[in-house]
Ligand binder design. Structure first.
Ligand code: SF4
Ligand code: SF4
Length: 318
């Protein structure tokens, strides 16, 4: 599989990055052993890049995979992130990752800042300073930020010492804050020209673009400035399908339909109960109960009409 350097970091990653959020307890609830086996299989098939976060609670899944690989998966690049705001909380988050992953050095550590604006660099100054100190001590190889905001990507291009930007982008522009899809694409290009390493999240918009997966990936892979694309995977069918696409091979129809039929709809905890998904659902499969959306599986046909109207990007197909 094609590898690219992430900006000026010297870190080489495969274009397909294994997103280790959906397998964890926040979404699909695979055990560390089950998840570890899937990650191990991906690494054996050539994937060398994993994305996780302190809040995903999937360090045990990655640890299980690393422990089962030759040389403890030394060449596997792990990127993680924390929503810590202060210096001390970020230091604790880095220590937690090192202990839980069984690694002295974390390859990439990011500010986890999905839904905030560019004031993040002021509000989390202490946390960022901590990451820079960790990098100078050799505990972290590269530092950066994950974001849904066009403004943050623009600002990150000029932040000293910042190596990596992990933005959301997809062909429908779903989930992008403070700008359009094309403005995000331009901000990504500019950040790359400024020497930052970029990899993308949500190319399939939380599973909502599965109907044209090749088109969705082709859009993101064709953007200037991105080195890799993080894709969440929870079973072998998804792994096989994504490997085929990123290796330039056709996806058998039977495999594609197995992937789609295994999907389920999840409503994230940050739903604000606005009811927009209820209005958008043609099958009366959504209602708001006690301030949160609830999905009726007996009526839901996984058409995905509800997800694009959600202002919180809270609806996922995993
Ligand atoms: S549209 Fe999104 S935020 Fe609003 S109720 Fe539905 S899931 Fe919750
Ligand atoms: S996926 Fe379709 S059927 Fe299911 S809740 Fe959303 S809009 Fe309704």
């Amino acid at each position: 599989m094609r590898k690219r350097e992430l900006g000026n970091t010297g870190i080489e990653v495969t274009e397909l990055c294994f997103g280790v959020l959906p397998m964890g307890p926040n979404q699909c609830g695979l055990s560390p052993e089950e998840g570890g086996r899937l990650i191990k299989k991906a690494v054996e098939r050539g994937v060398n890049f994993l994305d996780t976060a302190q809040s995903y609670r999937t360090y045990p899944h990655i640890r299980a995979a690393l422990d089962s690989l030759p040389d403890r998966g030394r060449d596997v690049v792990v990127s993680t992130k924390s929503a810590a705001k202060t210096y001390d909380d970020m230091a604790a988050a880095v220590d937690e990752a090192r202990a839980a992953l069984g690694r002295d050095v974390i390859d990439i550590f990011l500010l986890h800042a999905a839904r905030v604006d560019s004031s993040v660099f002021v509000e989390r100054e202490g946390a960022y300073e901590c990451l820079l100190d960790m990098k100078s001590k050799g505990v972290v190889r590269a530092v950066g930020i994950s974001t849904h905001s066009v403004d943050v990507v623009r600002r990150a291009a000029d932040v000293d010492g910042l190596d990596i930007v992990f933005p959301i982008i997809n062909v429908r522009g779903m989930g992008i804050l403070h700008g359009t899809r094309d403005e995000m694409a331009e901000a990504i290009k500019r950040a790359a020209e400024a020497g930052k390493g970029l990899f993308a999240m949500k190319a399939l918009a939380g599973g909502n673009l599965l109907a044209d997966i090749e088109g969705a990936f082709s859009y993101v892979r064709g953007l200037d400035g991105l080195s890799a694309v993080a894709v969440g995977m929870v079973n072998e069918e998804e792994l096989e399908m994504n490997l085929a696409i990123f290796n330039g091979e056709p996806v058998p129809e039977s495999l594609r339909s197995r992937v789609v039929s295994a999907k389920k709809l999840i409503i994230q905890a940050f739903c604000i109960g606005c009811g927009k998904c209820v209005e958008a659902c043609p099958n009366m499969a959504m209602e708001v109960v006690d301030g949160k959306a609830r999905n009726d599986k007996s009526k839901c046909i996984l058409c995905g009409y509800c997800a694009p109207v959600c202002p919180q990007f809270a609806i996922r197909l995993v």
